[in-house]
Design a protein around this ligand. Structure first.
Ligand code: IPM
Ligand code: MN
Length: 352
């Protein structure tokens, strides 16, 4: 099979971790007789430096023409500490999500048997956790009307959702639940927010189409607690953009390292696969970042974008092998030898 993949390394550790995923994908392609055509493009701070735009049109064209996008991370501290910066790397990410119509962000949380004691949570709390947070990604407060009033002394951001936006996300949630534990939790703040009441009403109306799925409705503050108390009680969660942003960071703690969690974003055009961690600028260029989240995102890409399940399984297997063999970066090494990012990538590619 011919696979046309857009490669967006981005900023910070993005390029290093993406390089390892490319090695692994190329090894998979060789083993299973596929031909990958990688097209690199700029995003984030590196794109601002090159052309003043964090998601240039040329990059969008590359993404639109590809079958899938593999993405690293974006963000650069030089913009974080400058509240007056008019162009920011994160705007590139938001623009990309919007222009590619990536309305659904799939963020799985699971534990690795060999790493369970890396989690700050107790083993008995997290064992068996296997949940997916489906975060709405192109609506809500991230994209609502915002601004300043009263000579800049009052600021506002608005959270707006249409029934249709909720329906298309919830539909994916129900369908996903049907392929798994048949449990769906709608996370909202319907005791306070009107937009949340529309979420609840819309999801309730869809329940009859999925009689096998057990649906629960929970307030986001309660979920924030239960997620670290009984994560294995959840199967699929659906939620709006900002709640999803917060809960998915919280959920990543369960697995013991943010460096492990992959994600997929899907919607109207080309789907995108990326690690959930950020650009980790302190580690950039040091060859120490954990590439596994990106490698596992590539596994999601094989399965999801190309329907290549065996290839995805081969990647997950080799990742598990590397964890069991202790071929890991410093974040997971503890008192054992820490391998470099590139060494982990080479090992994975050789052992595919
Ligand atoms: C994420 C990130 C982004 C978000 C930032 C970088 C804009 O935190 O993908 O979760 O808030 O969506
Ligand atoms: Mn986030």
């Amino acid at each position: 099979m011919k696979l046309n993949i857009a490669l967006l390394p981005g900023d910070g550790i993005g390029p290093e971790v993406v390089d390892q995923a490319v090695k692994v994908c190329d090894a998979v392609a060789k083993k299973f007789n596929h031909e990958i055509n990688w097209t690199k493009a700029l995003t984030g701070a590196s794109a601002i430096d090159a052309c003043g735009e964090p998601y240039p049109d040329s990059t969008h064209e590359v993404c639109m023409a590809a079958d899938a996008v593999l993405f690293g991370a974006i963000g650069d501290p030089k913009y974080d500490n400058d509240p007056k910066a008019t162009v920011r790397p994160e705007q590139g990410l938001l623009k990309m999500r919007q222009k590619l119509g990536l309305f659904a962000n799939v963020r799985p949380t699971f534990t690795f048997p060999s790493l369970i004691d890396n989690s700050p949570l107790k083993r008995e709390r997290i064992e068996g956790t296997d949940l997916i947070i489906l975060r709405e990604l192109t609506g809500g407060i991230y994209f609502g009307e915002r601004g300043r009033k009263d000579d800049g002394n009052t600021a506002f951001d608005t959270c707006t959702y249409t029934r249709e936006e909720i329906q298309r996300l919830a539909k994916l949630g129900f369908e996903l639940a049907m392929t798994r534990g048949k449990k769906l939790c709608c996370v909202d703040k319907a005791n306070v927010l009107e937009s949340s009441r529309l979420w609840r009403e819309t999801v309730q109306a869809m329940e009859k189409d999925y009689p096998e799925v057990t649906v629960s409705y929970e307030f986001v503050d309660a979920v924030a607690m239960r997620l670290v108390q009984w994560p294995n009680s959840y199967d699929v969660m659906i939620t709006e953009n900002l709640f999803g942003d917060i809960l998915t960071d919280e959920a990543s703690v369960i697995s013991g390292s943010m460096g492990l969690m992959p994600s997929a974003s899907k919607g109207v055009h080309t789907s995108l696969y990326e690690p959930i961690h950020g650009s980790y600028p302190q580690a950039a260029g040091k060859d120490i970042a954990n590439p596994l989240a990106t490698v596992l995102s590539a596994a999601m890409m094989f399965e999801d974008a190309f329907g290549l399940k065996e290839e995805a399984e081969a990647i997950r297997e080799v990742v598990n092998k590397s964890l069991a063999a202790g071929i890991v970066t410093e974040d997971l090494a503890g008192s054992n030898k820490a391998y470099k990012t590139s060494e982990v990538g080479n090992w994975l590619a050789e052992n595919i």
